[in-house]
Design a protein around this ligand. Structure first.
Ligand code: FES
Length: 163
């Protein structure tokens, strides 16, 4: 248990304390909701509902509005994400050269579907439209690394490189 210096309120974790300090900083700014949500997401790794409630209360913005913004923008996540984000390209060039077979082989290795995270929080799997590396099709990104000219049999070995 920690005590917030700004409000004197008891908070459960260092992350909650950081959130309170963040909210204190933005309390009197108009239009601060998006930067607050971005920073809150970098504190927790995602946006837990308790954090959204706190943001709504402290910034005096209706919860429905906060939730509406979070669900509108793809950059915000309501569930914990994996340490490694896998983006499988299903754009035209990758699709034509077997992108969906790559996607299926990753799903088979990890046992999760599109937009899902493995239970150990090691991987999150997502499909994307084009990652700008069409010459390497079919390709994927894992975090900031691009892997191209893939065949389904490559995937297990590639995934194992990411702890
Ligand atoms: S279509 Fe896959 S990288 Fe462009």
């Amino acid at each position: 248990m920690a005590v917030c210096k700004c409000t004197g309120e008891n908070v459960d974790s260092a992350q909650d304390l950081q959130l309170m300090e963040l909210l204190d900083h933005y309390r009197n700014y108009d239009g601060g909701l998006i930067p607050v949500l971005q920073e809150a997401q970098s504190i927790y790794g995602y946006l837990p509902s308790e954090a959204l409630e706190k943001i709504s209360q402290e910034l005096r913005i209706p919860f429905s509005e906060v939730f509406g913004v979070v669900t509108f923008y793809a950059q915000f996540h309501l569930k914990p994400r994996g340490r490694n984000i896998i983006r499988v390209c299903l754009g035209t060039a990758c699709h034509v050269l077997g992108g969906s077979r790559i996607f299926k082989s990753i799903q088979d290795v990890l046992g999760v579907g599109n937009g899902e995270t493995t239970e150990d929080l090691r991987y999150t799997l997502e499909s994307v439209a084009c990652i700008g590396a069409c010459g390497l099709a079919p390709c994927i990104m894992i975090n900031d690394d691009t892997h191209g000219r893939l065949v389904p049999g490559d995937m297990k070995k590639i995934l194992e490189q990411y702890e």
